[in-house]
Design a protein. Structure first.
Length: 317
């Protein structure tokens, strides 16, 4: 942790006071070298606009899309700015992130948070949008057998979104407490260390383990002509037998960012449970301790709270 100059608010941008920011698996992979990023990490946040040349934004509670794009290239004109070749990505590629008191983003990236969505829930907007992206990328008929491989933060969000879409969802993991949440929500569970997982048994497998080994596991349990959706990002390369893709005619689908408007609507509706995923809230000046806590504890979501007292201990929810 260190003191740095605050971000400069350029024309068309808003200066946002960060209220809560979430630590995710990508942030932890960045510490291992993923994306080669150097700077302030963090891309899941909720904050309040304190400065903007468009006065209509000042005082509003907002979340922000993480890809800052040129808005002029072919990808941007197609509404796929996340693939803009000139983009920066907050806390990941050439742009300071949200693990700070303030962050700056173009107003084009901002979404106002509805009054009925608390800050703790709003901090999940970015990962929930990423979970929703699967529904944008492929049709999932009602009752489709879907396995979510991984019982972490993203896996439990994906499982809820697919359950909401009427798929027959099974979460496969190794942690009793995390699987217990899924079971309480009416989602099928398999403890991977206590029960064998039938091979070639799921039409769709969403890989959300955060491990390079997850792809190999997903290919083992997906049915012929099924689809494996890759959600994990990690620094190490994933190795797998490509013959499985060919012989069983498997579709391999990468899936990343998603629709913030849809995510905020789901949070406002109460159909997606996120507050139960919060394990602890740390003040920002205990950010290093927060990362260490996640490394030694099988917790779910850890949030950072800028502006909290320096003497504040880690807060249980």
């Amino acid at each position: 942790m260190r003191e740095v100059d605050g971000p400069q608010c350029r024309p068309g941008e808003a200066l946002i006071q960060v209220m809560l920011a979430g630590i995710c698996g990508t942030d932890r992979q960045i510490l291992k070298g993923y994306s080669g990023f150097r700077g302030i990490p963090g891309h899941e946040f909720v904050g309040r606009v304190v400065k903007c040349d468009d006065a209509g934004w000042i005082g509003k509670r907002v979340v922000g899309e993480i890809n800052v794009t040129c808005r002029a290239c072919e990808w941007c004109r197609r509404g796929l700015g996340r693939h803009c070749p000139r983009r920066t990505v907050m806390g990941i590629i050439n742009r300071p992130g949200a693990f700070a008191d303030f962050v700056a983003l173009p107003t084009f990236n901002l979404h106002e948070v509805p009054p009925d969505v608390p800050n703790e829930a709003a901090a999940f907007t970015e990962p929930l949008a990423a979970a929703c992206e699967i529904l944008e990328q492929m049709p999932i008929p009602h009752g489709t057998p879907v396995a979510v491989l991984g019982d972490g933060r993203l896996g439990l969000l994906v499982a809820q979104v697919l359950q909401y879409a009427k798929a027959e969802v099974t979460v496969i993991g190794r942690h009793d407490d995390k699987l217990g949440l899924a079971s309480k929500w009416g989602i099928n569970i398999i403890h991977a260390e206590r029960r064998s997982i039938p091979a070639r048994s799921f039409t769709i497998v969403v890989e959300a383990t955060g491990s390079p080994r997850g792809l190999e596991q997903a290919l083992r349990i997906v049915a012929p002509r099924g689809t494996v959706v890759m959600k994990s990002t990690f620094h190490q390369p994933a190795r797998f037998d490509t013959a499985r893709l060919v012989v069983d005619e498997i579709n391999l689908l990468g899936s990343r960012c998603g629709n913030f408007t849809q995510a905020l609507e789901l949070l406002g509706s109460g159909n997606i449970r996120v507050l139960e995923l919060i394990s602890k809230i740390f003040p920002l000046d205990a950010g290093v301790e927060a990362f260490e806590h996640m490394s030694r504890t099988p917790c779910l979501k850890v949030l950072l709270a800028p502006g909290a007292s320096e003497t504040l201990a880690a807060l249980p929810l």
